[in-house]
Write a protein that binds this ligand. Structure first.
Ligand code: PNS
Length: 161
């Protein structure tokens, strides 16, 4: 049976840490869906369409990776897509508490769904989308920590060359 995994997140924007997790998930599973959360309560820097475009350009060479978006509960989206595996990245122990809680909630809601964690590579362990936005907004160099499509989009958003 082909193994389909969903890698959900806000991805505002997608970073090299997210890309690392996506690459590694794509080696483990037959198909991976990177799914952007449509969150009406949370105003992002990038629209959902922009985030999806940034991700699509970053994973263009990964033939088993699809980019999508979802609203509502993750487990309902998983059911619609026929997926039973959630992939999450863990950068540090500080991520774990919240991730553990989410994994328990999702398993309570959908007992057949498993959450699997991939430890982000050490070199990206300090990278977060919020930090990227903060640094980029003030003209700092984030070219080493985001994929080219995200860098271009950040520069356009902040009116930088
Ligand atoms: O990148 P993020 O913001 O840490 O991703 C969080 C995400 C999208 C995985 C999480 O907020 C989510 O699954 N939201 C959908 C709503 C849901 O299913 N909530 C119940 C589990 S807490």
């Amino acid at each position: 049976m082909s193994k389909l995994a969903v890698y959900p997140g806000s991805f505002d924007p997608f970073t090299n840490g997210h890309l690392d997790v996506t690459h590694r998930a794509a080696r483990i599973f037959d198909r991976v869906i990177v799914a952007v959360l449509e969150n009406p309560r949370k105003d992002g820097l990038f629209s959902i369409a922009e985030r999806q475009e940034i991700i699509k350009e970053s994973v263009v060479n990964l033939s088993n990776v699809e980019v999508d978006s979802f609203g509502g509960l993750l487990v309902d989206y998983m059911r619609r897509r026929g997926a039973t595996i959630i992939v999450k990245g863990l950068r540090a122990v500080s991520d774990f508490e919240w991730e553990l809680l989410q994994a328990h909630v999702n398993r309570q809601l959908a007992p057949g769904v498993e959450t699997l964690f991939i430890m982000t590579a050490t070199r990206w362990s300090f990278v977060s989308s919020s930090m990227v936005k903060e640094v980029a907004k003030h003209g700092g160099d984030v070219s080493e920590i985001v994929p080219p499509s995200a860098l271009q989009a950040l520069r356009a958003k902040f009116g930088q060359r």
